[in-house]
Design a protein around this ligand. Sequence first.
Ligand code: PLP
Length: 451
Amino acid sequence: MSVNTEQLAFLGGPKSVTEPPGNMFTWPIITQEDEEAALEVLRRGAMSGTDVTEQFEADFREWLGTSYALGFNNGTASLQAAMYGCGVGLGDEIICPSITYWASGVPAYSLGATIVFADIDPVTLCLDPEDIEHRITDRTKAIIVVHYFGHPADMDPIMEIAERHGIKVIEDVSHAHGGIYKGRQLGTIGHVGAMSLMAGKSLAVGEAGMLVTNDREIYERAIALGHYERFNDRIQSEALRPFIGLPLGGYKYRMHQLSSAVGRVQLHHYEERQAEIRRAMNYFWDLLEDVPGLRAHRTVKDSGNLMGGWYAAHGHYRSEELGGLSVSRFCEAVRAEGVEDCFPGCNLPLHTHPLFKDADIYGHGRPTRIANSPHDVRNMDSGLPVSSSISAKVYSIPWFKHYRPEVIEQYALAFRKVATHYQDLLADDPGNPATMGGWNMFKPRKSVKAD
Ligand SMILES: *Cc1c(COP(=O)(O)O)cnc(C)c1O
């Protein structure tokens, strides 16, 4: 099909995207199999049981090859349990990237610990291994690694630093289910992996989370925190055994079995659906390989690394290659071409939010971040240059769920057309607004229609 690529749609020309998207972006893919699995639980009245969840955990162990998997009511709880599992407690510190969803770090506060933010790598958008070591103190208990927007973090140097200092590594896999780092499954490289399985993520189940580990002590402590019904005679830890029967954290973190039932079906199809997503997303970026100003956020070919699920896929933006065109005007022009989901920015840098500066959450009489540690949390406002400026350098791209070349080509054309005609946009460019992106990336689906 020939499209007039001379005039930008933003300036009155024809749109690049003319094909209706159909089910291209529909996620999760729900079939009768999911419906029947959910109905089976409902009809049996087994919503609060653990039998289906335990089967789901067994599926997860088999998938990732870990010794243990523990289901949670959401990813946030699984992260808090991972921290507790690693021994994070009163006066301790965790190191966490500033560019992530808040649940990667905030649960530390409720354990009496505090957060030390570290910067991200501008290419992977994940924790920068070079920015960790100088932030480690005698109170650092864990490093939280987020495989941001599906991209594996550079785990080898991070593990090396952690081992040298005797601290634990928690992988937050909420963006990257099924991703691979040097041939290894994400979530299985650190001491423990924790992840959200909420309906917007790439392994989309509903409100649910999963913790995976090969470490029995971490697993048992994670049970002890918020799974009273599993905190029973099977616990081996001598330190925990006197307390079996009641949850040490006072939390109840059991997974709803409508989630575990749907989760089993979703996981069963995940590798196949993920392969289709990878093929589609890589095709999109291959089409844009030579376009100035645009760079893929993806793993290097033949590196042994693979993007996991491409959750909230984004691209890198090099304004300097496009005459200084602002990313927000660029995205506006791409949206005008018929690409609905192109917006500037990503997660806002957590270190700029008052929660991490001023909030006295538990009535200590001073901000919790300080109250929980004798060290003032260093570099709260500085020393995070990449995190502080990343929003002007990234934008969201369509998250294709199917490999349909002719449709993907239209979307790629929209980006190419705007980038190659950037000069037409420079004169009226108002520049970027003060804030781009948000504290979360979740956009609830407006309508649920059967495809
Ligand atoms: C979604 C998300 C979480 C939290 O998971 P919930 O299931 O929403 O509680 C944690 N970390 C990251 C990086 C996330 O994107």
